[in-house]
Ligand binder design. Structure first.
Ligand code: AMP
Ligand code: GLY
Length: 435
């Protein structure tokens, strides 16, 4: 089969890698891809949100299945357009992708279906005063979120009422998040540990991957601003069998059932971002796709054929399929540009990629990398890959347990360098704690 993967980060590298191991795959294209992905796939110079050109490409190249990595094209309706054209695609419709594209929709949906989540209220652009009154009633800590897509930066955990009021003013009055902040969700602060659970759903049936844990903050010990994710590991010991059962029965099943009942059957990857509270798992957020970097640990642990599963998901034929994970664990350490998640420079030569990838049980996934156009222009010693984004690489180690997986990952990280590189040295630490 001929496959098109849409996106160009570490998640898409991991998706393409998992597909490349399938005997049924003859050729993989990735749009727009990056410097690492071009080693296993053909790069297509089309942006992930350029839906019409992706449709054209899929038709011309007779693509049998398209797999969508990021949320923007899904929220913009890429799955609807492909389906109109009779092209198979794995990803939810725009209506179903509102679970991620509109936090206001997602919260109201959870309320309608009695799915556990933080108490909340939604406010519109002209409701600042009402929102401020609600914040003062609730007190701090409290969470203020832009309802629309904000590249992972739209949720602000506020330690004080004043900070929450400033954030409200920033979003509703100053329009700092543009259209994404025209509506805001104000919600109760939840305590507990976070975990991400991914379901593959064909609209009727679903299968779960092993739970993963992301590391959202930039700093070790979970301090500093939120990022797209600085590392991940799977499986997650705090998600015991009992908790996973609760996730199935109280979150995943009612979500998929509710979406179908409301007329938006969910076909694709449903990401349940959870807080494991004392009362059990509660939903922090839904996403309409795999997490990044979580995909970089979950997909390498997949024991079954990724193509079979993705195809069955896209075609509504998951009934009878099984999804099993390999034994052992995976851990991914993200290497980021200095300054990220704030301003950072790019174009720095990356050294040591080959040595790192030569390690057994190590996969080096590329996020923000580009081929260097002219090697002479790049400082360093003839590297042909340069940094081009905030999260540059994800280095995944696999092992018989989390300790071994982390050791593999950090050994490989030791080979890699680029100017102003930063990474967290405490990835997976929480998973090692005796329970
Ligand atoms: P979101 O964009 O909704 O995933 O939020 C980003 C991050 O903010 C989450 O991964 C949590 O770490 C934190 N967060 C969001 N909502 C809450 C909440 N209600 N209580 C505690 N932390 C939250
Ligand atoms: N790692 C968080 C996300 O993909 O949204």
């Amino acid at each position: 089969m001929r496959i098109l993967v849409v996106g160009g980060g570490g998640r898409e590298h991991a998706i393409a890698h998992s597909l490349s191991r399938s005997g049924g795959v003859h050729k993989i294209f990735v749009a727009p891809g990056n410097a690492g992905i071009r080693e296993i796939a053909s790069i297509v110079p089309v942006r992930a949100d350029d839906i019409e050109n992706l449709v054209r490409f899929a038709r011309t190249e007779q693509i049998d299945l398209t797999v969508v990595g990021p949320e923007q094209p899904l929220v913009l309706g890429i799955a609807d357009r492909f389906e109109q054209e009779g092209l198979a695609i794995m990803g939810p419709s725009a209506a179903a992708a509102r679970l991620e594209g509109s936090k206001a929709f997602a919260k109201a949906f959870m309320q309608r279906h009695d799915i556990p989540t933080a108490r909340h209220r939604t406010f519109g652009a002209s409701d600042y005063d009402e929102a401020a009154t609600y914040v003062k009633e609730c007190g701090a800590p409290i969470v203020v979120k832009a309802s629309g897509l904000a590249a992972g930066k739209g949720a602000v955990v506020c330690a004080t009422v004043d900070e929450a009021l400033e954030t409200l003013a920033f979003m509703l009055r100053e329009r700092a998040f543009g259209a994404a902040g025209e509506e805001v969700v104000v919600e109760e602060y939840m305590t507990g540990e976070e975990a991400s659970v991914f379901a593959l759903s064909d609209g009727k049936e679903y299968l779960l991957f092993a739970p993963a844990q992301d590391h959202k903050r930039i700093g070790e010990g979970d301090v500093g601003p939120n990022t797209g994710g600085m590392g991940a590991y799977a499986p997650v010991p705090i998600v015991t069998d009992d908790i996973l059962r609760a996730v199935r029965n109280r979150v995943v099943a009612p979500t998929l059932h509710g979406m179908a009942a409301e007329g938006y059957p969910y076909r694709g990857v449903l990401y349940c971002g959870l807080m494991i509270t004392e009362e059990g798992p509660e939903v922090v957020e839904y996403n309409c796709r795999f997490g990044d970097p979580e995909a970089q640990v979950v997909l390498p642990l997949l024991a079954d054929d990724a193509l079979d599963l993705f195809e069955a998901t896209a075609r509504g034929a998951l009934r009878g399929s099984a999804l099993s994970m390999r034994s052992g664990a995976a851990a991914c350490v993200v290497l980021a540009s200095g300054g990220y998640p704030g301003r950072y420079e790019t174009g720095f030569a990356i050294e040591g990629l080959e040595q790192a990838a030569a390690h057994r049980d190590v996969l080096v996934f590329h996020g923000g990398t580009a081929p260097s156009l002219k090697e002479d222009d790049v400082p360093g010693r003839g590297s042909d890959t340069v940094t081009s984004g905030g999260r540059v690489l994800g280095v995944t180690g696999l092992g018989r347990d989390l300790r071994a997986a982390l050791d593999r990952a950090y050994e490989a990280v030791g080979h890699i360098s680029f100017e102003h590189m930063q990474f967290r040295r405490d990835i997976g630490k929480k998973g090692l704690r005796p329970s």
